[in-house]
Design a protein around this ligand. Structure first.
Ligand code: ZN
Length: 180
């Protein structure tokens, strides 16, 4: 609990100090703090565009981590399509695999929300079910009519905190499987 509070304070202070010099034409200051994660959506079939949009949503929502598309087989994140329920498996913070299951889109769930939600798991977010449509991590519990693909303030700040303090791949205890 104390660690979490400390982390949030570090983020708050970090954002202030990063944004001030950036305003005086020093963009390198911000870039230095960003951790880049590559994702390979070559196996995402008809979901490739939804995955790219989900990644862009995270990129526009947080500053401490950036998702970049690659065709490399050594990507941090592999994203594939299958006929099951959407899910994610993390091997460590920022590393893992996403399945864009057709079972959910077949029922009418929004593919971009699914992609952003599953990427949220890779970025260290747990499921928060049941939850409202304003929460990205409430997943399918928000109902099939929910198309919101954006993380809320809490989800954004938690991802910022995770990537301001953790080293990618350093947390083996982050390994987890999320169905939904
Ligand atoms: Zn989930």
């Amino acid at each position: 609990m104390l660690r979490k509070i400390t982390g949030a304070l570090v983020v708050a202070i970090g954002l202030i100090s990063l944004h001030a010099p950036a305003a005086s034409a020093s963009p390198g200051v911000e870039v230095a703090a960003v951790r880049t994660l590559t994702y390979n959506a070559g196996g995402a079939a008809e979901f490739k565009s939804a995955v790219d949009q989900g990644a862009q949503i995270w990129n526009s929502s947080v500053v401490n981590v950036r998702l970049v598309s690659t065709t490399s087989s050594s990507a941090n994140i592999r994203i594939v399509a299958d006929d099951g329920w959407p899910r994610a498996q993390t091997t460590s913070l920022g590393n893992g695999r996403v399945w864009m299951g057709r079972e959910a889109t077949g029922q009418g769930y929004n593919a971009i929300r699914i992609a952003a939600h599953e990427l949220g798991h890779i970025l260290g977010q747990p499921d928060r079910k049941p939850g409202p449509c304003t929460s990205l991590m409430s997943g399918s519990s928000a109902g099939v009519s929910c198309t919101n693909p954006y993380p809320n303030a809490r989800e954004k700040s938690e991802v910022e905190a995770a990537f301001s303090t953790a080293k990618i791949g350093a947390h083996a205890d982050w390994a987890h499987e999320f169905v939904d």
